[in-house]
Design a protein around this ligand. Structure first.
Ligand SMILES: [Zn+2]
Length: 301
């Protein structure tokens, strides 16, 4: 069994939109074909609707995502994307009301969170407060930059995330992206926050500390950033997967293309580690589906 916690689709129902869309199509149908090819049973589809990156995936917002997921309820699980600026751009917005609507429509979490404002902003904190009330896990793209990018902004070594983990112990935070995964190593530098550091991990970084200390922090091991965090120093990667086997969730985050081969690359990494006896079947199962079923679907085992 494999469940992918991080996918996006393009929604190209209207040919007028297709005319100007600059990325390759990656529709729900294409995603399903990839899943069949790669042996993935289910995928979470994350809507993209923050203004920072709304152009990227063909404007696949909440309702479009729900519509596509409903065609294959046995294969797709929708999340909803709730911008912290929703509800008149105030930290007092009652975001629970919005969450209730999307929960009723089948959404199991919130993301991909991409608003490029500091994670400690009062509007983000309001989102975290309501997410705890509604028991909606949050999947983040973290950013090391303000402006000219997308993702929740935090300083190097993620002090803002720690503040929020402490302040909202009932809120489930799932981290992802280069600015997050670079924290695998203690020598992570400001200028590397957009990239994939290739150096061996000499000293354990902030992720080890935060994942150890906060039961409400999880990690989405998708994309080039997740793949790099494990493979840059495979011995360290194996130790990390084993230690945090109850906190890591498998994902792909293909960037609007099946040709980038990212899904296959990520899956074959886990398969090879299992075959070579570097990780146990328990570790493999926890990461590829059991953690998802427990944390996102609320199953007890
Ligand atoms: Zn993504």
């Amino acid at each position: 069994m494999k469940i992918d916690i991080h996918t996006h689709i393009t929604y190209l129902k209207f040919p007028e939109f297709r005319k100007y869309f600059k990325y390759e199509d990656f529709t729900a149908k294409t995603l399903l074909e990839c899943m069949d090819e790669e042996g993935i049973d289910k995928s979470v589809i994350l809507p993209i609707s923050n203004p920072e990156n709304v152009d990227i995936y063909g404007v696949t917002g909440n309702l479009e995502t729900i519509e596509e997921c409903r065609k294959h309820p046995d294969r797709f699980i929708p999340f909803c994307n709730i911008d912290p600026r929703s509800g008149l751009n105030t930290p007092k917005a009652n975001l629970s009301d919005l969450m209730k609507i999307y929960k009723d429509l089948g959404c199991r979490g919130i993301g991909e969170i991409c608003a490029n404002i500091p994670i400690t902003d009062k509007r983000y904190k309001n989102l975290f407060y309501h997410a705890a009330l509604e028991k909606m896990p949050l999947l983040f793209h973290f950013s090391g930059k303000r402006f000219g990018t997308y993702g929740a902004y935090d300083h190097l070594h993620l002090p803002g995330l720690e503040e929020c983990l402490k302040e909202f112990p009932e809120t489930i935070f799932i981290g992802h992206s280069a600015a997050f995964w670079g924290e695998m190593a203690a020598d992570f530098k400001y200028k590397e926050r957009d990239g994939y550091p290739k150096t061996p991990v000499k000293k354990k970084g902030r992720l080890w500390e935060l994942l150890d200390k906060y039961p409400n922090l999880y990690a989405d091991l998708s994309a080039g950033s997740g793949w790099n965090a494990i493979t840059r120093d495979i011995e360290n990667g194996v130790a990390f997967l084993t230690r945090f086997q109850k906190k890591i969730m498998f994902g792909t985050d293909r960037f609007g293309s099946r040709k980038d081969g990212l899904g296959k690359k990520i899956i074959s990494m886990y398969d090879t580690l299992l075959q070579d006896g570097k990780i146990t079947k328990d570790v493999y199962d926890n990461i590829t589906y059991k953690n998802f079923n427990r944390v996102i679907m609320g199953e007890s085992k």
